[in-house]
Design a protein around this ligand. Structure first.
Ligand SMILES: Cc1ncc(COP(=O)(O)O)c(C=O)c1O
Length: 397
């Protein structure tokens, strides 16, 4: 049987069975519902995009996968070239892996080994944000700060969590910079924390401090990358030393991720010493099918001016939700193609998913947060169906 994610199996309601998915719609045998959360924020083109399907079929007919150790191929090379073109500055060195969590692990390994290769073995601690979420593997859990997810795995040795407060960051750097390898953030938007949003000024100032204290700045853009915050990458505003990409990299088609390093980081590994090599290599890294899909996804993103679509989504979300009031609502936040309604008590969400389903919307609030992160291809009337469903729910509460 299937062991489902993030759920007490004993109490789990039967999941809805999906028999088809096209455009923004997920089909069950009874219903056709708008996916308001893009399958965990990944399916930016909606489902079954004809062009991406074609690109996938074409690649499958050649080959789907070969190992990247000792072999290479056009899809992996072309995607690396394309990422180099769309990412800012010298974020040019693309290390592929199979999921966001693993790509985060790779970024931390890069940062720690960067200093190790320089003979600074003691620089191996990591600073992260309070309420951070960076994935479910062990080091990703350690740098995360969310007991709601990882209570059974409390190990935090060598990890420092700070608020989004430049003074706190400066204090920890001042005290421990000779031990600290990296500062990692979900830039501008902390997703699993409840779509917490903060100002770019913090990132700008943190960039200066990272340079001053010789700390590697990592942007985990697994969730924010490819437009979600209204910037194609937050890294376009403030340049990190390493960016982590996942989720929408493949348009939500298949699991694949990339950790992209700047020249400085790459040079820290480039030497005559075999021990300076990055010792990592997931079996499915650079998967040809995933790379071909990602290439087509990026081509569509740019050609169809998805940034303009995201701007429109942000405008509609603001018009429809900004002034939503209810005694249950603590806050409404909107950034790019993301809106979140925070409530005081999550009991108010009981029955909401079923209500949304009846209204033809797929949505799943978590903790105290109801949110939408729709596919970017969504039409105005479809987006309003989502926001109307939120409004109807609070109106009857
Ligand atoms: C910011 C961030 N980093 C990493 C991850 C982990 O990605 P994956 O689920 O592909 O391992 C997530 C997943 O939600 C995320 O939001």
């Amino acid at each position: 049987m299937i062991w489902y994610p993030y759920v007490q199996m004993k109490k789990m309601k039967n999941p809805y069975k999906v028999i088809d998915a096209k455009g923004v719609y997920i089909h069950t045998p009874e219903k056709k519902m708008i996916d308001s959360i893009s399958s965990w924020w990944s399916s930016i083109h909606g489902y079954s995009n004809e062009e991406i399907n074609e690109a996938a079929k074409k690649q499958i007919d050649k080959f789907s996968h070969v190992m990247l150790g000792g072999l290479t191929h056009d899809p992996a090379q072309n995607l690396a070239d394309k990422l180099r073109e769309v990412l800012p500055g010298d974020l040019d060195y693309v290390f592929y892996s199979d999921s966001g969590s693993v790509a985060v692990e790779v970024s931390l390994k890069m940062a720690i080994q960067y200093f190790n290769n320089k003979g600074m073995e003691e620089k191996k601690e990591i600073v992260a944000l309070k309420e951070a979420y960076h994935g479910d593997t062990f080091k990703a859990m350690a740098i995360g700060d969310d007991p709601d997810y990882h209570k059974a795995f409390p190990e935090k040795e060598g990890i420092h969590h700070i608020a989004v407060d430049i003074k706190e960051l400066e204090e920890v750097f001042e005290k421990r910079h000779d031990k600290i390898a990296a500062f990692i953030v979900e830039p501008l938007l902390q997703g699993a924390a409840g779509m917490k949003m903060y100002d770019v000024k913090f990132l700008e100032e943190a960039r200066v401090l990272c340079d001053q204290y010789d700390v590697i700045f990592i942007f985990d853009e697994v969730a924010t990358g490819f437009g979600r915050t209204g910037n194609m990458f937050v890294s376009d505003l403030v340049k990190p030393d390493i960016i982590v990409l996942g989720k929408a990299l493949t348009g939500g088609y298949v699991g694949h991720a990339a950790t992209v390093a700047s020249r400085k980081i790459y040079d820290g590994f480039y030497s005559d010493d075999p021990e300076h090599a990055l010792m990592h290599g997931p079996t499915f890294m650079g998967n040809a099918l995933a790379c071909a899909i990602s290439l087509k996804s990026l081509e569509i993103f740019i050609r169809e001016d998805y940034m303009a679509k995201i701007e429109k989504i942000e405008r509609i979300l603001n018009e429809e939700l900004k002034d939503l009031k209810s005694e249950h609502i603590k806050d409404v936040r909107i950034m790019g193609a993301c809106a979140c309604i925070e409530v005081y008590d999550n009991k108010v969400f009981e029955g909401f998913s079923e209500f949304a389903y009846e209204n033809g919307i797929w949505n799943r609030p978590f903790l105290n947060f109801m949110y939408t992160m729709p596919p970017y291809i969504i039409k105005e009337e479809e987006l309003i169906r989502i926001t109307d469903t939120f409004k109807k729910w609070f109106a009857q509460k």
